[in-house]
Design a protein around this ligand. Structure first.
Ligand code: PA5
Length: 443
């Protein structure tokens, strides 16, 4: 496989015709123009669109310098954030590492152990984190565009106080890295008062489109990943998608169109299933990107995720024979970093000698093909996205591919893919129940 990413749509042909796809070309071209010319909904948040091409090498050098300092001075790096200020970095580290248990240290023993905090309101998890940091040299990266999100703000208050007590305020100021809006928010103000090293999330880049800013790049660099290659991969995708909006050539738009057509035909759930453990968090990142971008105004595909083959032994039953309102997208990687062959066994007591000499990649490929066919026969249209490898370049390509596909899907559905007004409702109720000033009395 030469190209970074391939889209196989063979298994949707019984559900969506070529004519139907081609029939949406003029609509896609109009949405493409809206994106490029900033004339569509949410145009004030299009900073991500050409971000890979405008990212300056000086910015990457600055991130790398901080990462080098962190690598030299910390055993543990705690990234504090939620939603778009968290999932991209986690997906990247998982992509580079071999599985979730090792995902936070892709370059091995030299990298600090990377932990995440601020994604829940749990005493136990915060307690356990503080306890694990007791005898460790650690750094914090607090990431919040708004600077006011409750979950990471609570975690940061605890961790900041813990750090100041352990290292003293002056040393803490060197160990706290802030990633926030360039101009506004409580975190911006605190950063200016304390003089913390700070990275900016461009004002016109929303949370879930921010993985290719310091939001994602600092943790990747701390983990030893080549962030210039990540940006180069994203730039390759950006350029190819920008140059040509034809549905025969532009895979991101073709993917978006097929998702929309399936949705119009009553397939309201998309299950994105990762066929490699290193893609497990990538599909979670995608779930947030798609869910927050498309689910509004009574519309939107419900994005669900699974890890295959593990979930074939749980959700697989539902997918094969449950309510026929679902389609699937499989996410695969073409080659493993370390291909293993099944060994021969002299007595074959486990009956597996028919697999001896085959690589696990070959067996996994057959599992994918068998699943795709079975689910198709069960009435579940499915597509497959295959990435070439797990390089930094491919990672950047994939992040950008999904961003562009989701933005196009949103425009085709005529929603604003860059806002998330629905997220405020739970916050308002929670603040009212907690008697936050300005939110009225508990009812
Ligand atoms: O995509 C989004 O905008 C959200 O998911 C945000 O990233 C999330 O709510 C965190 O927001 P903030 O970075 O302001 O703390």
């Amino acid at each position: 496989m030469n190209k970074a990413l391939d889209l196989n749509t063979q298994n949707i042909e019984d559900f969506v015709t070529d004519d139907e796809i081609a029939g949406l070309q003029s609509e896609v071209s109009r949405c493409h123009k809206d994106l490029e010319e900033g004339e569509g909904r949410g145009a004030e948040f299009l900073g991500w669109l050409h971000l890979p091409s405008v990212t300056k090498s000086e910015e990457l050098t600055r991130i790398q310098k901080s990462a080098d300092w962190i690598r030299d001075n910390c055993e543990v790096f705690v990234s504090i954030g939620i939603g778009g200020s968290y999932l991209g970095a986690k997906a990247a580290l998982n992509f580079a590492g071999s599985d979730v248990s090792k995902s936070f240290s892709p370059s091995g023993g030299d990298s600090p152990h990377i932990l995440f905090s601020g994604q829940n309101i749990s005493s136990d998890s915060l307690h356990d984190l503080l306890e694990s940091l007791e005898n460790k040299k650690f750094c914090l990266n607090v990431i919040s565009k708004s600077g006011t999100t409750t979950e990471p703000a609570i975690a940061f208050r605890f961790l900041k106080q813990f750090m100041e007590k352990k290292f003293g305020s002056e040393e803490a100021r060197k160990r706290i890295f802030v990633t926030t809006d360039p101009d506004k928010g409580a975190l911006r103000q605190l950063t200016e008062e304390e003089g913390y090293p700070c990275f900016e999330i461009p004002g016109n880049v929303g949370g879930r489109y921010s993985v290719l800013t310091p939001v994602g790049l600092l943790a990747m660099a701390v983990a030893g990943m080549d962030i210039a290659e990540v940006i180069a991969g994203a730039r390759d995708c950006e350029q190819s998608v920008t140059q040509n909006s034809s549905l025969d050539q532009n895979l991101a738009y073709r993917f978006a169109v097929i998702r929309n057509l399936l949705y119009q035909k009553g397939k309201t759930i998309e299950l994105m299933a990762a066929f490699h453990p290193a893609l497990q968090t990538m599909v979670e990142w995608w779930r947030q990107l798609a869910g927050e971008s498309e689910g509004k105004e009574g519309k939107g595909i419900f994005p669900a995720t699974a890890e295959y083959t593990a979930d074939l032994h749980s959700l697989g039953q539902w997918v094969q024979e449950g309510n026929r309102i679902i389609f699937e997208t499989f996410l695969r990687v073409a080659t493993s970093n370390h291909p293993l062959e099944v060994p021969e066994s002299p007595d074959d007591r486990d009956g597996l000698n028919f697999l001896a000499g085959k690589t696990l990649d070959e067996i996994n490929e057959k599992a994918w093909q068998g699943t795709a066919l079975a689910h198709l026969e069960g009435g579940v249209p499915n597509m497959t996205l295959t990435v070439k490898d797990r390089s930094a370049h491919t990672l950047g390509y994939l992040f950008y591919f999904f961003q562009r596909a989701v933005a196009m899907t949103g425009y085709l559905m005529n929603v604003n893919p860059f806002d998330q007004p629905g997220v405020e409702f739970y916050k308002t109720n929670m603040f009212r129940l907690l008697n936050k000033p300005g939110y009225g009395k508990e009812k």
